[in-house]
Design a protein around this ligand. Structure first.
Ligand code: C5P
Length: 299
């Protein structure tokens, strides 16, 4: 199984709801930065997770029911009354707590893989409903591509994208907590120091995606969580300033951060931007990638 990281091209955050979540007007976009998941059936009913990869923080990743991939397999087994278990071997390429939906993507992969390995034959619609229970970004990770996200993010409508886009990701040390960033935005709005909520995704972003108009996509990219992420991590402002000075089509904080995503005009310019960012010694790692990627899939 391969399963993608995501960036929100637009992350419009509405008001806090009674359930504590926020209504979103977002466009998710899948990147060719992927985790790999191998699932083997066990007959003892247990879900056992093993994780490999080079990230130093991997040893802090929980392997029990606090891990979203384990929870996904447990939820699928419970809902389908499946009595067997699974051995999940996850190779993590997507950085943890980076604002790239790595955990959500692993959960989507676990749903698809266990459905196949256990021979359950569930349809995408069934998996999407379970995905929504697991987390706001999990349904998108099943679909990949580019998707309009409503509700708390779980209401997903695919949107067309023409061509391939070229991205530079600046991975940062440490992570930012998604709940903390949403709470900081609420506080900032109560004090009148944050901009007004973005209620709808700008139509010009959707037309730019459909046309493969990179300049148009870059110009329309926004993130309501960016100001609070920059307040928590002032070092990210320098990353964005350097990226913008390279003539990139657009640059923003991905999701709740701290990864910064830079959209390049083409493959050569992505390589050039990466060289500039590496020379400036920003972040922990600078990666060049492409999109849109497919969602969680066997392959
Ligand atoms: O849905 P998920 O588990 O990914 O959300 C993590 C946290 O992010 C939530 O507990 C909530 O604090 C915040 N969140 C939110 N509104 C959303 C999505 C997430 O407030 N639409």
């Amino acid at each position: 199984m391969l399963t993608p990281a995501k960036v929100n091209l637009v992350l419009g955050v509405g008001s806090r709801r009674v359930d504590g979540f926020h209504d979103l007007a977002t466009v998710y976009y899948a990147l060719d930065l992927q985790d790999e998941l191998v699932v083997e059936a066990r007959d003892d009913g247990r879900i056992v997770l093993r994780v490999t990869g080079n990230q130093p923080s991997l040893r802090r990743l929980p392997l029990d029911g606090r891990n979203l991939a384990v929870r996904a397999a447990q939820l699928l087994a419970a809902r389908s009354a499946h009595r067997g278990g699974a051995y999940l071997t996850l190779h993590k390429n997507i950085p943890l707590t980076a604002g790239l939906a790595g955990g959500s993507s692993d959960a989507a992969a676990a749903l698809v893989a266990c459905n196949a390995v256990w021979g359950l034959g569930l349809e995408l619609a069934d998996l999407l409903a379970m995905a929504a229970e697991l987390g706001s970004d999990v349904p998108f990770c099943l679909l990949g591509g580019a998707v309009l996200g409503g509700g708390r993010g779980e209401l997903v409508t695919p949107v067309p994208v023409a061509g391939v886009q070229h991205w530079v990701l600046v991975l940062a040390d440490g992570g930012l907590s998604t709940p903390a960033m949403f709470a900081a935005l609420d506080t900032s709005r109560e004090r009148g120091t944050a901009g007004s909520p973005t209620e709808v995704v700008p139509a010009n972003l959707l037309s730019a995606l459909a046309d493969g108009d990179v300049a148009g996509i870059g110009a329309a990219m926004t993130n309501d969580l960016e100001p609070v992420a920059l307040a928590a991590r002032p070092d990210l402002s320098r990353v964005l300033a350097i990226a913008r000075a390279t003539g990139a089509a657009g640059a923003l904080v991905s999701g709740s951060g701290p990864t910064c995503a830079v959209l390049a005009h083409d493959a050569d310019s992505a390589d050039r931007i990466a060289v500039v960012l590496r020379a400036a010694r920003v972040g922990r790692q600078v990666l060049v990638t492409t999109g849109p990627a497919l969602g969680a899939r066997i392959g």
